[in-house]
Write a protein that binds this ligand. Structure first.
Ligand SMILES: [Zn+2]
Length: 234
């Protein structure tokens, strides 16, 4: 039973390590942070769309009012209402300046519209990808959860087993075992063909007789482990 306790404790130690290193849990965490990055890029692109939209509306408004003033000035220019040549010249210059400005604005608006179209396309592509990755992340999460719970259950079973063993082992012996196994080292050695199961040293034949004495504790002279006879070897 001491040997079983030792092996169970070793298994618990391994299980606890395994619980921290479940591949599907790591895969899920990777997916999660990749998705987070995608979300951040998406939100940056959405900000970009908003500011582009704002810029575009501002320029369109400006273009509208500029077109209005240009029409007015043109009408005035050809109306014959402006009497002086000097005023006419200055009005003509003003109209030319406004025409250039209008042309530039129109170009800018067109460029912005093109960028907007590209951005919309990119956004919808990214949103699509995000949704796909999100689905994958959800699948990875349920896989991870399943695996985690599985290992946790196994760990729980081992702990129950450990408790059962502890309750069945005589207190003094258990205390001795606790002392010897401090730091998690193996100290209960099953004898195999007259060899110490831990350090593999060959045991003198006199040991065998001791091993059959029920209340005698026998220790390996080489590594100090408590020697136990397993049923198949006895
Ligand atoms: Zn030994």
């Amino acid at each position: 039973m001491l040997w079983q306790l030792q092996e169970t404790e070793q298994e618990i130690f391994q299980k606890e390590k395994q619980l921290q290193n479940i591949p599907s849990v790591a895969a899920y965490q990777e997916k999660k942070s990749a998705l987070q990055e995608l979300a951040e890029t998406l939100s940056r692109k959405e900000d970009q769309r908003r500011s582009l939209q704002k810029d575009l509306s501002r320029k369109e408004m400006h273009l509208l009012s500029l077109a209005g003033s240009l029409d007015e000035s043109r009408k005035k220019l050809y109306s014959g209402e402006v009497p002086s040549v000097k005023e006419l010249e200055s009005l003509e210059k003003k109209v030319q300046v406004m025409q250039r400005e209008k042309q530039q604005l129109e170009d800018a608006v067109l460029n912005l519209m093109e960028s907007q179209e590209d951005l919309e396309e990119e956004l919808s592509r990214r949103q699509h990808r995000y949704r796909e990755e999100e689905e994958e992340m959800k699948r990875a999460r349920s896989r991870a959860k399943e695996d985690f719970e599985q290992v946790q259950q196994e760990l729980q079973a081992l702990k129950t087993r450990k408790q059962e063993l502890e309750e069945s082992i005589e207190e003094g012996l258990l205390a001795r075992y606790r002392e010897m196994s401090r730091g998690g080292r193996r100290c209960i050695s099953p004898v195999k063909d007259n060899f110490c199961g831990i350090c593999n040293v060959s045991l003198p034949s006199s040991f065998r007789a001791f091993l059959f004495a029920p209340d005698k504790h026998v220790y390996c002279e080489n590594c100090g482990s408590m020697l136990v006879l397993m049923e198949e070897d006895s």
